[in-house]
Design a protein around this ligand. Structure first.
Ligand SMILES: [Zn+2]
Ligand SMILES: [Zn+2]
Length: 140
């Protein structure tokens, strides 16, 4: 967790980005959670560190962290996890256990060829891509 915050700080310094308390706290909160967190969970936790944070404060921090590859949004759970791949990649690929809720980031950093070809043949301009595989984890 410490190294995640350290990376975040040096990344911001190197890129002239502001390290605001909400940005740092939100990253800290997500990084210290073993499970994906919803924006509500995050706002709740943020309330322990800041005085009555408003939802837009949390959302803006989430947006910033997502944009710079520090966290990922799991679309099918509407929740956030920290990025374990020392950013940055074009998408998130996850194995999601429907039984215990564990989420593992798999680093399929290259898009499968069949999908790549499909995107190309449609003349589509790819921005990012996301794979969420649901099932049961080994422990379950
Ligand atoms: Zn990642
Ligand atoms: Zn499980």
């Amino acid at each position: 967790m410490k190294s995640i915050i350290k990376n975040f700080k040096s990344y911001c310094d190197d890129n002239n980005l502001r390290i605001t308390p909400p940005r740092e706290y939100v990253l800290e909160i997500i990084a210290s959670s073993a499970k994906p967190m919803t924006a509500y969970d995050i706002l709740d936790e943020l309330g322990k560190k800041l005085n009555k944070p408003k939802p837009p404060t949390a959302y803006r921090a989430l947006e910033f962290l997502g944009e710079h590859g520090f966290i990922h949004r799991i679309e099918s759970l509407n929740a956030y996890v920290v990025c374990h791949e020392n950013h940055k990649h074009e998408g998130g690929q996850f194995l999601i256990c429907d039984s215990c809720g564990a989420v593992e980031e798999i680093h399929l950093c290259t898009m499968p060829k069949t999908l790549q070809e499909k995107v190309k043949s449609q003349g589509f301009n790819l921005h990012h891509w996301n794979v969420e595989v649901h099932g049961k984890c080994k422990a379950c």
